[in-house]
Design a protein around this ligand. Structure first.
Ligand SMILES: *Cc1c(COP(=O)(O)O)cnc(C)c1O
Length: 425
């Protein structure tokens, strides 16, 4: 789709060509496992990657392709790869650049599942991770070793609400010839496009704001198309691949090489494929992304300001507040707003936090974020409970911490519900 279209137009049209057989205006759901080859030679060409086309829905699907192209376009990347979940997207993005014996650097303020992936699961596959506090980017530089292949951060950290200095991190990555991977789930491409700030790979849990309605799990990897894979550090990209008759991904697929490699090796062989129906629902969500995000940030800003003035509230970590230490980074990287997920602490610790949550009616108590509906959770006992107490403190999870994902209900009703919670303390 023409690069000249604005975000709002792309979110409705990118990646979908009206189906010439049926003229269907909505995106068709291609609920099929496999695709008919024209003849044996056609099949052979598809398998050898010498011709583009569909073979089997584990690897490609036309409904999923619309989602992939749309998100890649909205992020300003060259190609997308949709997979079964955000965690699959993160796992593949890392495994796409790091083999057994390699090392990555990430931050202490991470989504709980990503934290355990990096500190436990990937270690068992020989990929080592060092988690550092990224507030001072020099601390990241200091951890880079010969076998370091990536820096991984979240645009808006979870649950601390910290904003990463993406350009400083991109410079460190560039200076060392390694990739910067950014989980842009909390920001969405409407609020921040990390590739424009030097990121090389963007990942999403499409489960959250992209889908936007809490119906479907899905993940996506976006290839920034801006990395020199032939710098000697990424043999998987620059040397012949024996599972494809010696094909060299960086040569054959140019600025889409990373997305192709992950699709045709990791996804082919380990199979975290997204269902076409989920791709349809997620694409449907993306059609209204900008409108929803505008209201999400407007409501969240009002709730954060309200809480920060309230006598029963001890602290509010929201980068949109004037006194936030992340205010200037927010203005630089998320000028349209600081997202709608943030944490705060009521006075009175764990018990007061629990009372607050129990008294809410509109906010649903559950482990998700980015739904159109308002959500609340107590991270210390749920989403971040697998972390040690020390890791919780490092990641900004205190016993009293309450996390809100402010939804699209009328702001008066949201504030009234918050008051019910505060009154109960
Ligand atoms: C939810 C989430 C994930 C994991 O995504 P799933 O779709 O649940 O697998 C990763 N990162 C962030 C920031 C998330 O919010």
């Amino acid at each position: 789709m023409s690069k000249d279209f604005k975000f709002e137009t792309k979110q409705l049209h990118s990646g979908q060509v009206v189906d010439s057989e049926t003229n269907s205006r909505a995106l068709p759901i291609y609920q099929t496992t496999s695709y008919v080859f024209d003849n044996p030679e056609h099949g052979a060409n598809l398998f050898g990657l010498s011709e583009a086309g569909n073979i089997y829905t584990r690897i490609t699907n036309p409904t999923t392709a619309a989602l992939e192209t749309r998100i890649a376009d909205l992020e300003g990347g060259t190609a997308g790869l949709a997979v079964a979940s955000g965690m699959a997207a993160i796992t593949y993005a890392v495994q796409g650049v790091a083999d057994s014996g390699d090392h990555i650097i990430s931050t202490t303020s991470l989504y709980g599942g990503t934290h355990t992936l990096f500190t436990h699961t990937l270690k068992k596959f020989g990929i080592d991770a060092t988690l550092v506090n990224t507030k001072n980017p020099d601390d990241v530089s200091r951890e880079i070793k010969d076998n370091t292949k990536a820096i991984f951060v979240e645009t808006i950290g979870n649950p601390e609400g910290n904003i990463e200095d993406l350009e400083a991190l991109a410079k460190i990555a560039q200076d060392n010839g390694i990739v910067l991977i950014v989980d842009n789930t909390f920001a969405t491409p409407y609020l921040c496009r990390p590739i424009e700030h030097g990121a090389n790979i963007v990942v999403h849990s499409a489960t959250k704001f992209l889908g936007g309605h809490g119906t479907s799990i899905g993940g996506i990897i976006v290839d920034g198309g801006n990395f020199d894979w032939k710098n000697g550090k990424y043999p998987g990209m620059s040397e012949p691949d024996n599972s494809y008759h010696g094909l060299v991904f960086a040569d054959t697929f140019g600025d889409q090489a990373f997305a192709y490699k992950v699709r045709t090796t990791l996804l082919r062989d380990t199979g975290a494929a997204i269902s076409p129906f989920n791709s349809f629902l997620l694409t449907q969500g993306v059609e209204t992304l900008s409108l929803r995000m505008e209201r999400h940030v407007e409501n969240a800003q009002k709730v954060a300001e309200y809480l920060s003035q309230h006598e029963k509230v001890e602290w509010v970590d929201f980068a949109g507040l004037q006194d936030s230490p992340y205010k200037s980074l927010q203005e630089k990287y998320l000028p349209k707003g600081a997202g709608s997920i943030f944490t705060f602490g009521v006075k009175g610790g764990y018990e007061a936090g629990k009372k607050f949550i129990e008294a809410l009616e509109l906010f649903s108590l559950l482990a998700n974020v980015g739904d159109a509906k308002s959500l609340v959770v107590h991270p210390a006992s749920t989403t971040h409970s697998q972390l040690t107490e020390e890791q919780q403190v490092e990641g900004g999870v205190k016993p009293e911490t309450v996390r809100l994902s402010v939804g699209l209900e009328h702001i008066d009703d949201i504030i009234e519900d918050i008051n019910k919670g505060l009154d109960a303390i």
